[in-house]
Design a protein. Structure first.
Lengths: 278, 364
């Protein structure tokens, strides 16, 4: 009796958060759904169909490719960097890298784009100093964008995975050695499986960050690299064609579906890899 | 399983300015269970880790059956180890933990699972194979760790304070279990502990270490009854330091003259080292002693008795006698007629006076 009363009081404590979520996520979702399925005042799937054709589909696929590449590369490189830092004997190195990661993981948008343009853009300091332009170097393409996204994704992965690496007990490695395992066998049978939930979580975080990034790409590549967020902005502002606002909403719905699909793959994998935690 | 002969020869290991091992020489006979006992930082775990291959000594050798294994990598040594804290792999269930070494050696799954089942039965856990470490109690985890350490049929078993994280009851039952297994398998076992009761109750021999050096190695009874040095006497069991006067090879203490065991210091005033159970206490209104504190311990009761000159003495009496020795009871104190160990009277004891005869005021 007393328990159920306490529980109902606890629910009331969560009410402000639920109201916030409803206003910030629920209302936009309803507007988005309404707009997606409305064409000239009537119910229609035309916007959705258009969002999955031609240049829009190319942009969606481009975004998925870029995000997947950034997620995989960022997760791998970030994990190696984190492991190097965790096993380092120099405490200052660890603290320095973690502090820098905290800053760089939040470095995005137009400032990030201009930092790279000033450094490795066509007239960037490094580009001109090393004469990279003469060797066909360009920052304003798919690979350049990947490089720039990795600049904040790798630090984000470092921050995500360091606590998990700290949690790997030295005794596990010693016990594995004691049972005849080599370093590789330790990582294969113990280290990587124990880290997998954190690695997967980090990769999904990186995918989400890259998939939703807009300002950096807009400032750097404009429409050179087809990305869904740039197409949404174009359609909303009438940059190319007017009257395509509802296609922008349909593209947003496509993004939600892609994110949902990623989660549909991630969650079972995560559950499977973390079954020993339950 | 056959036990191997293990030798530590002149082992030295330094960590920065700290000397962990300072020329340790020790031989463990095949099939023997030896306990390395000592206070924190005495080097017992370092010695074990040198044998396991997790530490490289700066000097000296580790030999197993005469073969020098000092530089052999840890994953190629024929030694199973149980660690202090729970070291089971958290992502593997109990059966796969036990079978880990066989999996690494590519033993077929059916065979290694059968062997793991066998070992889990051996440690009394036949039904926990599918459970993950976090689903097991501390005692069960250490049993599984023991099974894992035995899985590859090592010739040496290393136990690094495996019971220290367990509650008292589990600790006692598990140490009996370990001893039973060790005897039945005949495996040479080195057991590191700081718990003297554990060491004395389990080991064939106990090696007491101090500051990286071997202080004494002997069977438990000898170690307790005839400690070779004052440090061993102090470390193993409770000890009274009573003021005495040496004359020749005898010492006078509380008006009794007793033979001296071991070396006799040059100075006449000495500390006579007497165990509480070697102190005789009888109720006597004229005895000159007063029971200050009585602490019931089940089979025995420990008394703290203050004598007329201020000297305090610890004495053990049978538990059922504790009511006769309530605090405030007047008693007479004597000593059992047997050889005693003496040491030079320490500054602290001289300055603090007779009341410092009992080194640990919180013992009772």
């Amino acid at each position: 009796m007393r328990d159920s009363r306490t529980r109902s009081k606890s629910r009331w404590a969560a009410a402000p958060l639920l109201v916030f979520v409803a206003v910030v996520f629920g209302v936009p979702l309803l507007v988005l759904l309404g707009g997606t399925f409305t064409k000239e005042g009537t119910f229609s799937t035309a916007n959705l169909t258009e969002s999955l054709q031609g240049a829009y589909l190319t942009a969606l696929i481009g975004s998925v490719k870029l995000s997947a590449l950034v997620a995989v590369l960022g997760a791998v490189l970030g994990t190696f960097l984190a492991q190097a830092v965790v096993t380092s004997r120099f405490r200052a190195l660890r603290e320095g890298v973690l502090t820098a990661s905290g800053v760089l993981a939040n470095f995005g948008g137009v400032p990030l784009a201009f930092a790279w343009i000033a450094t490795l853009g066509n007239a960037g300091v490094v580009t001109t100093t090393l004469g990279l332009g003469g060797h066909g170097w360009s920052l304003y393409n798919f690979w350049g964008l990947t490089l720039v996204y990795l600049y904040f994704s790798i630090p984000l992965q470092v921050l995500t995975v360091v606590p998990a690496l700290d949690g790997l007990r030295p005794q596990w490695r010693e016990a594995a050695q004691n049972n005849g395992a080599s370093t590789w066998q330790f990582w294969r049978y113990v280290g990587i499986p124990v880290l997998t939930p954190a690695l997967l979580g980090g990769a999904v975080l990186l995918f989400g960050g890259a998939f939703s990034a807009y300002a950096t790409a807009q400032a750097m590549v404009g429409s050179t690299v087809p990305l869904v967020t740039l197409k949404i902005a174009d359609a909303l502002t009438g940059n190319v064609l007017i009257g395509h606002e509802n296609v922008a909403l349909a593209l947003s719905l496509d993004m939600i579906v892609v994110a949902g699909l990623v989660m549909a793959v991630y969650l079972p994998l995560q559950r499977r890899s973390a079954r020993w935690l339950r | 399983m056959n036990g191997a002969r293990v030798e530590f020869r002149g082992l030295r290991r330094r960590f920065g300015s700290t000397v962990a091992l300072d020329g340790l020489d020790l031989t463990v006979e095949p099939g023997e269970l030896i306990a390395l006992l000592g206070p924190s930082g005495c080097g017992k775990t370092t010695a074990l880790r040198c044998l396991a291959g997790f530490e490289q000594p700066d000097e000296g050798e580790v030999l197993v059956d005469g073969a020098d294994i000092t530089r052999v990598p840890a994953n190629r040594r024929d030694a199973g180890m149980v660690f202090q804290s729970y070291s089971l792999f958290p992502n593997l269930n109990a059966r796969d933990n036990v079978a880990f070494g066989m999996r690494v050696r590519k033993v077929p799954a059916a065979r290694r699972h059968a062997r793991a089942r066998e070992l889990l039965e051996l440690v009394g856990l036949p039904s926990v194979g599918d459970r993950y470490p976090h689903q097991l109690s501390g005692g069960q985890q250490q049993r599984v760790a023991l099974a894992r350490a035995l899985a590859l049929e090592p010739r040496v078993l290393l136990l690094d304070e495996p019971l220290s994280a367990l509650d008292a009851k589990v600790r006692v039952s598990l140490r009996e279990e370990i001893r039973r297994l060790q005897l039945s398998l005949g495996i040479t076992t080195i057991f590191v502990t700081h718990d003297q009761e554990e060491a004395l109750s389990m080991a064939d021999r106990v090696a007491v270490l101090r500051e990286g050096r071997l202080e004494q190695v002997a069977d438990p009874a000898t170690l307790y009854d005839r400690p070779a040095t004052p440090f061993v006497a102090e470390f193993v069991g409770a000890m009274n330091h009573l003021p005495g006067l040496v004359s020749g090879d005898r010492v006078t203490v509380f008006g009794q003259t007793l033979p001296v065991e071991g070396p006799v210091p040059d100075a006449a005033p000495v500390d006579v080292l007497v165990r509480p159970e070697a102190v005789l206490v009888t109720p006597d209104g004229e005895g000159g002693g007063i029971v200050m504190v009585s602490s019931f311990r089940g089979s025995t009761a420990r008394l703290r008795v203050r004598l007329g000159d201020g000297t305090e003495v610890l004495a053990d009496v049978p538990g059922h006698d504790s009511v006769r020795f309530a605090p405030g009871t007047a008693v007479r104190v004597g000593l059992v007629e047997r050889p005693v160990l003496v040491s030079a009277r320490t500054e602290a004891h001289t300055e603090a006076g007779a009341a410092a005869a009992v080194p640990e005021p919180d013992v009772v």
